[in-house]
Design a protein around this ligand. Structure first.
Ligand code: RIB
Ligand code: CA
Length: 302
């Protein structure tokens, strides 16, 4: 099977951690780089989380530190959801993993240049790194096959404010740059994270006896997403991975995309349009997707 060269940009983050574990466990993905970005928590914490999770569960995949703050706004965070350290109450143990680069944007560019075919770019946080990439290297857009992004909402509603999804809200200028870049984007919009939510009990049950499963117990202790409800995890970021690995579980709706950088920063509209340049995902079968996520989280358990 032809492996897909992918680059992952993330702000771990509890649902990022789950999405990363799905990616690391898939034989279909050839992960060339994991790059952190400030988002759910600050860049030091998202980088530390990305480094540990990648080296422990992904093997020798390079890890780079990305942007510490949005292009032109003050950084915000979602530590009230993901915990002070970004992965619930889990404390990363002492380890000797070493970051491969402090300049994530350059690393993304080098990884794209090195790929033998256009790579798939996966974004799970604010798209500050990608906007910086396009500003520094305008040719980069031609090196990307598709961007799969967990960002935005279809209808101008939100989770961090009543009108903005968190990743779009953190850096709307960056999202506007990426929308205007000409890259083909597949959006995994906000409502999918609420539709595709998993019960923490089911996840812990499936992961019983595995090292990642034992980590999750402490991760969930410090995780609270009101939108998902007590005892559930909103699987926002996992939808991106499943859309790549199991596209048959989704409808790809061709659309236009816009983001507000003014009065309602981060408010987005993804409007169905047969001539649109983008797609947004709709889940075809939520029960099948939930089962797929559970089995893809713990391939070692099959
Ligand atoms: O709005 C949900 C998104 O914001 C997810 O990617 C979550 O991890 C946070 O980054
Ligand atoms: Ca995220």
């Amino acid at each position: 099977m032809d492996k897909i060269p992918v680059i992952i940009d993330a702000d771990p983050g509890v649902d990022d951690a789950l999405a990363l574990k799905i990616a690391f466990g898939s034989p279909a993905l050839d992960i060339r780089l994991v790059c952190s970005v400030a988002g759910n928590v600050n860049i030091n914490l998202t980088t530390a989380n990305a480094l540990y999770l990648t080296k422990k569960y992904g093997g020798s995949i390079p890890v780079a530190r990305g942007s510490a703050s949005p292009l032109s706004r003050k950084a915000t965070d979602a530590s009230s959801v993901h915990g002070a350290g970004g992965i619930g109450n889990y404390t990363i143990p002492e380890h000797d993993y070493v970051l491969d680069s402090e300049d994530g944007v350059e690393c993304i560019y080098r990884a794209l240049k090195k790929a033998e075919k256009p790579a798939t770019l996966i974004t799970l946080g604010p798209v500050t790194n990608i906007a910086s990439l396009f500003s520094r290297h305008p040719d980069a857009v031609n090196l990307i096959g598709r961007i799969y992004a967990m960002i935005a909402s279809v209808d101008g509603t939100g989770n961090i404010t009543e009108y903005a999804e968190f990743n779009a809200y953190c850096d709307p200028e960056a999202l506007d740059t990426v929308i205007r870049s000409g890259a083909e984007i597949v959006f995994a919009p906000m409502h999918l994270g609420r539709d595709a939510k998993l019960s923490q009990k089911d996840i812990l049950e499936r992961g019983k006896g595995s090292e990642f499963g034992s980590m999750l117990g402490e991760i969930f202790e410090g995780y609270r997403d009101e939108a998902a409800g007590e005892g559930f995890v909103a699987m926002y970021d996992a939808n991106v991975m499943e859309a790549i690995l199991r596209p048959e579980l989704y409808e790809f709706v061709r659309c236009t995309a816009e983001v507000d950088t003014g009065e309602y920063p981060g408010r987005t509209f993804l409007r169905p349009d047969g001539n649109g340049k983008f797609f947004y995902l709709e889940i075809k079968d939520t029960a099948a997707l939930d089962e797929a996520m559970l089995s893809d989280l713990f391939p070692e358990r099959i």
